[in-house]
Design a protein around this ligand. Structure first.
Ligand code: ATP
Ligand code: MG
Length: 423
């Protein structure tokens, strides 16, 4: 026998039994984002590798070791997208979307060659937003508030909002020099990656997950001390807005984020309920990126949330998706079996939102009924030769005690209409 082919490590099937949670998250996000005037954009899963190198940064985990890059048949280097901000910026420039402010959102799979573990996969899914052309703190605030609203709508609580300002490039340069002086004094205590980054990208040392390095970093000078008045004011406006909205946050001066393109605001929503991979959403401002990728200088802010982590939280919270079926049509005997599909078509004509399965493949009443029960449907519709002769359909409640009844097609349509779980 040939060996079964298996899915790629770290890439998962999302099975029907769990899809209800995904739909709940996606539908809720879509509704919340629409309520803020964000429009969905869909970009290709594959882009030229250069796009990610130039945006995310050469000296980042993603570009150094996590990208799925491969030569196209013509020799161009392509990559599966590891995130979608770069793609959105590319599309916005290429399609001329930046003449006026844009509020965009996206969803879909991202790919990173990481060590698979709980909350960390090689194909994972994000929903993210990107707002272009707005420089003021009001839009940073909006992005944070809409994520807070989404958590509320999903019934998720207990998230911690961490906030920091990375300053503007000149302020960061001043800080960078201070940081390097400090870290050089502790060079031999840093992990190898951090030692290397001390030269190439010292701020990323703050982001290190290495315990020894984290100890050194805890006493490093703070970026917030290097901010000028404009950056400070911008940051204070966001803080004041969060206070007014009643959204609690903590300032974390070590929060630098894993991508190079951020400036000023950065934030993360973190939970303790997921073990080591507790960040469910992360984002910030990236005013330099559009220009860096060849567009006209355009301020921008955005964030992305990891859907697998949200799904796990919803499951932990006991969220059980409603049944996906209203009714299961049981048809016993040749004539009833032959009539069943057309009966179902007429019901669907009358009730466009009805979710109805027609039993296929025949079998005894008992065996069909078992399947009806297992299907999760609320009602079994029963068509046998007697019902057929009387032009009526049997109706049985599968989830509650109630008399079985017999209805005409019109009566049945009325009954189902009044009893559908959804609008
Ligand atoms: P980390 O420091 O944990 O690697 P990151 O900075 O790489 O996170 P982002 O690129 O900002 O993460 O992605 C935003 C969100 O997407 C994360 O907060 C997380 O919820 C989710 N995410 C990122 N990488 C993965 C992954 N490999 N598997 C599942 N979810 C992920
Ligand atoms: Mg990462």
């Amino acid at each position: 026998m040939s060996k079964h082919i298996q899915a790629i490590r770290g890439m998962h099937d999302i099975l029907p039994e769990r899809i209800g949670i995904w739909h709940r998250i996606e539908d809720t996000a879509r509704a919340v984002l629409a309520s803020y005037g964000y429009a969905e954009i869909r970009t290709p899963l594959v882009e030229v590798t250069e796009l990610f190198k130039r945006s995310i940064g050469e000296v980042t985990d993603i570009v150094e070791k996590e990208m799925y890059s491969f030569p196209d048949r013509n020799g161009d280097s392509l990559s599966l997208r590891p995130e979608c901000t770069a793609s959105c910026v590319r599309a916005a420039i290429e399609r001329g979307l930046l003449a006026q402010p844009q509020r965009l959102w996206y969803r879909g799979p991202m790919f990173r060659y990481e060590r698979p573990q709980r909350g960390r996969y090689r194909q994972f899914h994000q929903i993210g937003v990107e707002a272009f052309g707005l420089a003021g703190p009001d839009i940073d605030l909006e992005v944070i508030l809409l994520t807070a609203r989404l958590w509320r709508r999903l019934g998720l609580s207990g998230f911690r909002l961490e906030l920091n300002s990375l300053g503007d490039p000149t302020e960061r340069q001043v800080y960078r020099e201070r940081l390097v002086v400090y870290l050089q004094r502790h060079l031999d205590q840093l992990d190898a990656d951090s030692q290397r980054r001390l030269v190439s990208n010292p701020l990323r040392v703050l982001d290190s997950k290495h315990p020894e390095t984290q100890r050194i970093v805890a006493d490093a000078p703070s970026l917030l001390d290097c901010l000028g008045i404009e950056t400070r004011t911008h940051f204070e406006h966001i803080r004041a807005g969060l206070d007014e909205a009643g959204v609690a946050y903590q300032i974390n001066p070590r929060l630098v984020r894993g991508l190079d393109y951020y400036n000023r605001t950065v934030f993360e929503w973190i939970t303790d309920a997921l073990g080591a991979q507790g960040t469910v959403c992360a984002g910030g401002r990236y005013d330099g990126l559009v220009e860096q990728l060849g567009g006209r200088a355009t301020p921008a802010v955005g964030c992305a949330m990891g859907l697998e982590r949200l799904v796990e939280l919803m499951e932990q919270g006991g969220f059980t998706p409603a049944s996906t079926l209203d009714a299961y049509l049981v048809a016993v005997g040749e004539p009833a079996q032959a009539a069943a599909p057309m009966l179902a078509e007429r019901l669907r004509d009358a009730l466009p939102t009805l979710r109805l399965v027609v039993h296929c493949g025949g079998g005894s009443f008992k065996s069909q009924f078992k399947k009806a029960d297992k299907s999760g449907a609320r009602f079994a519709l029963i068509l046998g030769s007697e019902e057929l002769a009387r032009e009526r359909i049997g109706l049985k409640h599968l989830r509650e005690d109630a008399e079985q009844s017999e209805l005409s097609l019109a009566e049945l349509a009325d009954f189902l209409d009044a009893n559908l779980a959804h609008a």
